[in-house]
Design a protein around this ligand. Structure first.
Ligand code: ATP
Ligand code: MG
Length: 276
């Protein structure tokens, strides 16, 4: 680690705190130890990642294309199976879980995607309610019979993301920025204990990207949900994250607050200097 910096997560505002209550002592955040991922045996993409993420604030992961940022995020929610290592959320192992235990663990982790991953032919409201799929019995979701409190909360979240009048529109009728707002509402609908975002603004214009990140930062701070966000735009990472993790070659080479990230670190992360 070349960033001498200590980690300083952003302070959060405990407004509304919609996360499931976790005993204070148990809120240890995310602990990753010795995480290795080899898609091809003997060719590690992640080379023994150790990372602790506090149970609050935004952590931005930056690094060149192909360095394993998405792999890291996907190992956390087990969309990708880690080859070795341990991942714990508030002390509970996420690695090694199967079946129902894995489904229960996954619903604790919200996800926001670059390409939004909405169900295009469903309404905005139904997409937000999809965030409850891990909670309601399948037959209820299938019959679209969500509890009244879920529907109330979905409306409140649509309000919070600035789409109060869009509940009945089809997802495919929305702009990219609106879709990502729905993606954020859906993730929060899950009442996650951790939110993972993989390039959430890469498909958006610069102004919309800032607006979406502002929204993500505000709502997750209010909810007390920590965020790990993969992001290519270093300026945006510095603006919105309290902590920057720089990856290169499948390892962490910088870890510290945005103000500690100097050109020397960027050269180490991205290589070369002509582009600086
Ligand atoms: N499913 C897969 N099977 C085999 N190799 C994969 C798979 N997914 C990713 N890889 C390889 O793992 C490496 C890391 O990929 P990953 O997508 O994690 O990088 P990234 O840092 O997210 O890149 P980008 O910034 O372009 O999104 C790359 O070499 C990629 O080709
Ligand atoms: Mg990626």
């Amino acid at each position: 680690m070349s960033g001498a910096a200590t980690v300083r997560p952003r302070p959060t505002v405990p407004a509304g705190a919609p996360t499931a209550p976790v005993p204070t002592g148990a809120r240890r955040g995310l602990e990753i130890r010795g995480l290795v991922k080899e898609y091809v045996p003997g060719q590690p993409v992640l080379r023994g990642i150790d990372l602790d993420v506090a149970p609050e604030g935004i952590t931005a992961v930056i690094g060149p294309s192909g360095t394993g940022k998405s792999t890291l995020i996907r190992c956390i929610n087990r969309l990708v199976e880690p080859t070795r290592g341990e991942i714990r959320l508030h002390g509970e192992a996420l690695t090694g879980l199967r079946g129902r235990a894995l489904r229960l663990a996954r619903r604790r982790i919200g996800m926001v995607f670059q390409e939004y991953n909405l169900v295009e032919r469903l309404s905005v409201m139904e997409n937000v309610l999809c965030g409850r799929l891990g909670y309601v019995p399948v037959w209820r979701a299938w019959l679209r019979r969500y509890p009244a409190e879920d529907i109330e909360r979905a409306f409140a979240l649509l309000d919070a993301v600035g789409l109060p009048d869009h509940a009945t529109r089809r997802a495919d009728a929305l702009s990219g920025g609106q879709r990502q707002r729905v993606g954020i509402a859906r993730a929060l609908m899950q009442r996650p204990e951790l939110l993972l975002a993989d390039e959430p603004t890469s498909s958006l214009d610069p102004k919309t990207a800032v607006e979406v990140l502002e929204l993500l930062a505000r709502l997750t701070a209010e909810a007390g949900v920590p965020v790990i966000v993969n992001i290519h735009n270093v300026e945006l990472a510095k603006r919105f994250a309290g902590r920057i993790v720089g990856m290169a070659g499948g390892a962490i080479v910088f870890d510290g607050p945005p103000e500690a990230l100097e050109p020397v670190h960027l050269r180490q992360i991205y290589g070369g200097e002509d582009w600086l």
